[in-house]
Write a protein that binds this ligand. Structure first.
Ligand code: 5GP
Ligand code: MN
Length: 333
């Protein structure tokens, strides 16, 4: 057992009331990891609660059935009280306190107990007592499984834990297809099926729940809003608030759209700009020699992985897109 895994085990052994905190706008890996860790801790006789900075999108809520959780945005006081009674804080699937948002960051900054970060994003900042960072691992969910295995605690991994792990791995790897997938990923997936995880149900719950509005928004975006940059394998889509309203936009409705852009033959960089009340949320995806995380950090207060990054702009949509087109030559390797 390595020193860091031994420290993780000691912290878990000594804990009783535990708060699990994933990042804001939680994706499948954030939710799956939180769910898996929740059940793993329950199986080890701990008292965990998940606090989401904001609510997960509707399509992820079925994975939270039977789970104790709070949403900081709607219940900040209750979340902070719960924190006061927690001895251990697990920060899952993020590498910097800012990723939980301006308000929920208080959960991290005021915490007096043992804090642990478990995450796979590169370049973590130091903000926890113990930081388990493995950027080569495809998902935080896989990293959790590896940690449990290395702590010699696999006997406490059941189907409930397995479902969360499967969800996290599946969503963060584009259904097991990104270069981050390794032999270990498939080995773990096999073990999860042995536990009785109904893999097809998880795929259906994520991919076969499109509303008509969501599909029609996607059709509109591809048909009328796709811009291909001349002489570069770079394309983007932007959506205004008005366009989103037209299709009764719900949180999560643009999920996956950026990957559709990247699927155009010969294209290596995709960007999606979505206007919101306070600014523009940006998603980047890339492949090959094109990397997007540092570009996003430099120009759009963002970051992430080299092939999948996010960012934000407080400027108008058109100013944000102008900035993108002005600097996109920096993306060319
Ligand atoms: P998405 O495009 O799905 O929102 O994000 C893609 C990846 O970039 C995810 O791994 C996510 O964790 C990361 N990411 C998204 N938004 C931000 C951000 O504002 N800052 C940083 N550092 N990473 C982000
Ligand atoms: Mn992740």
């Amino acid at each position: 057992m390595t020193d860091e895994i031994k420290r993780l085990k000691d912290i878990i052994d000594a804990s009783n009331t535990v708060l699990i905190l994933p990042h804001k706008a939680p994706d499948g890996d954030a939710v799956g990891s939180a769910v898996a860790w929740f059940h793993f801790l329950i199986n080890n006789n701990k008292k965990p609660t998940i606090v989401f900075p904001d609510s997960p999108a509707a399509y992820l809520l079925p994975f939270l059935d039977g789970i104790e959780y709070l949403v900081f945005d709607t219940e900040p006081q209750k979340s902070l009280e719960l924190l006061q009674h927690s001895d251990t804080l697990f920060c899952l699937d993020f590498n910097d306190p800012s990723r939980v948002g301006k308000d929920a960051v208080e959960l991290i900054s005021t915490f007096k107990g043992q804090s642990v970060m478990i995450d796979h994003h590169p370049f973590p900042t130091e903000f926890c007592n113990l930081q388990l960072s493995r950027p080569s691992v495809c998902s935080t969910a896989q990293l959790l499984y590896e940690c449990i295995e290395e702590m010699d605690m696999l006997v406490t991994v059941d189907k409930n834990v397995g479902q969360g792990i499967y969800l996290g791995i599946m969503t963060d790897t584009g259904s097991f297809r990104y270069p981050s997938v390794d032999a270990k990923t498939h080995y773990i997936l096999g073990k999860l099926l042995d536990l009785g995880v109904a893999h097809f149900k998880i795929h259906e719950a994520i991919f076969d729940v499109n509303t008509l509005d969501k599909l029609q928004l996607r059709g509109f975006a591809i048909n009328e809003k796709l811009v291909c940059i001349p002489n570069h394998p770079i394309a983007y889509i932007s959506l205004t608030k008005g366009e989103l309203d037209r299709f009764n936009y719900q949180k999560g409705d643009t999920e996956g759209l950026v990957n559709v852009i990247l699927s155009i033959e010969g294209y290596s960089v995709a960007a999606l700009f979505v206007e919101s009340r306070d600014g523009v949320k940006i998603s980047f995806r890339s492949k090959g020699d094109y990397f997007v995380n540092e570009f996003s950090a430099k120009h759009f207060q963002g970051g992430g992985h080299k092939y999948a990054a996010g960012g934000f702009s407080e400027d108008t949509l058109s100013v944000t897109i102008d900035r993108f087109t002005t600097f996109l030559h920096e993306l060319v390797p």
